[in-house]
Design a protein around this ligand. Structure first.
Ligand SMILES: NC(=O)c1ccc[n+]([C@@H]2O[C@H](COP(=O)([O-])OP(=O)(O)OC[C@H]3O[C@@H](n4cnc5c(N)ncnc54)[C@H](OP(=O)(O)O)[C@@H]3O)[C@@H](O)[C@H]2O)c1
Length: 264
């Protein structure tokens, strides 16, 4: 299916690897120009190189990268200093650490809220009116299945992302909905990325099991009996950014191999 977005320009955050990279790659394959952001310059440059090769095949005119912390004002300023009018924005940053809520002080909460709620809101604020004026816009926030099905040790994530989810539910239904702009959240379950490996390594250490045992046991709890891939995640993201998805807004789209057991 031609998604009808060739020649558009996308900002994809947290995109040197993992789910963000999967989204950037899927968009580039559709002929979309991308600006990718991550903090680590080396991995980011390597990702940009791979995407540039994919762009050569799809005809996307450019791939740019900005090494910056997207959760800071300075990081976002560096991105907007490029001067692009973004048609598509994929918000993403690392998830907050796991732990026990008894150990989280105000600073830990502010950090989580900053990264996983206020940063996407700042990016929406900076881009949405321009999108509305031009009559087209797609914003996809990478959140987590924990918004629907909270994970006990990820309280910082459950809380901060729920705040973003509530905000998006409201703003997506404002006047921008009639101006060609959609805002949706894409909720990953378990995807094979470094973040998942890190979480599983933590569980292995805590429970005294070896990594492979924990990794395989987790798969068994998923109806699909496997983890998702960043490419699968990226394909869903690209669809949400497509012309065809123009009537879909304010939604929380779960990609979890059937792990969430609810009917709705
Ligand atoms: N994978 C899963 O199964 C899963 C499940 C539920 C939710 N999620 C959520 O989905 C998001 C992406 O996860 P992932 O698995 O793709 O993680 P990942 O493999 O660790 O990749 C994270 C990417 O984001 C970048 N990043 C992190 N913090 C950043 C910041 N402050 N500014 C700019 N870039 C930043 C990282 O590069 P640098 O570190 O170099 O900046 C990297 O490119 C996270 O919020 C995670 O909590 C993932």
């Amino acid at each position: 299916m031609d998604l009808g977005i060739a020649g558009k320009t996308a900002l994809v955050c947290g995109a040197s690897k993992g789910l963000g990279y999967g989204c950037a790659e899927a968009l580039v394959r559709e002929g979309v120009n991308v600006v990718i952001v991550a903090r680590g310059a080396e991995a980011l440059e390597a990702a940009a190189k791979k995407l540039t090769e994919a762009a050569g095949a799809s005809g996307a005119p450019f791939v740019k990268h900005v090494a910056a912390d997207i959760t800071t004002e300075a990081g976002r300023a560096a991105v907007f200093a490029l001067g692009h009018d973004f048609d598509i924005v994929v918000t993403n940053a690392g998830g907050p650490p796991p732990g026990d809520f008894r150990n989280w002080d105000r600073e830990a909460w502010i950090k989580a809220v900053d990264a996983n709620m206020l940063t996407p809101i700042e990016l929406i604020k900076a881009t949405v009116d321009g999108m509305a004026k031009r009559g087209f816009g797609r914003i996809v926030n990478i959140t987590s299945s924990s918004v629907k099905s909270p994970i006990d040790i990820l309280g910082l994530s459950n809380g901060a992302r729920s705040g973003l989810t509530g905000f998006v539910a409201g703003v997506a239904r404002t006047a921008i909905a009639a101006q060609g702009v959609t805002i949706n959240n894409l909720l990953p379950g378990s995807f094979d990325t470094d973040r998942l490996k890190g979480t599983m390594a933590g569980t292995a250490q805590k429970t005294g099991q070896d990594f492979d045992t924990v990794w395989e046991a987790r798969k068994k709890n998923i109806p699909a009996k496997r983890f998702g891939t960043p490419a699968e995640f990226g394909a869903i993201c690209a669809f949400l950014c497509s012309m065809q998805a123009g009537y879909m807004t304010g939604q929380n789209v779960l990609a979890d191999g059937g792990a969430y057991p609810g009917t709705y």
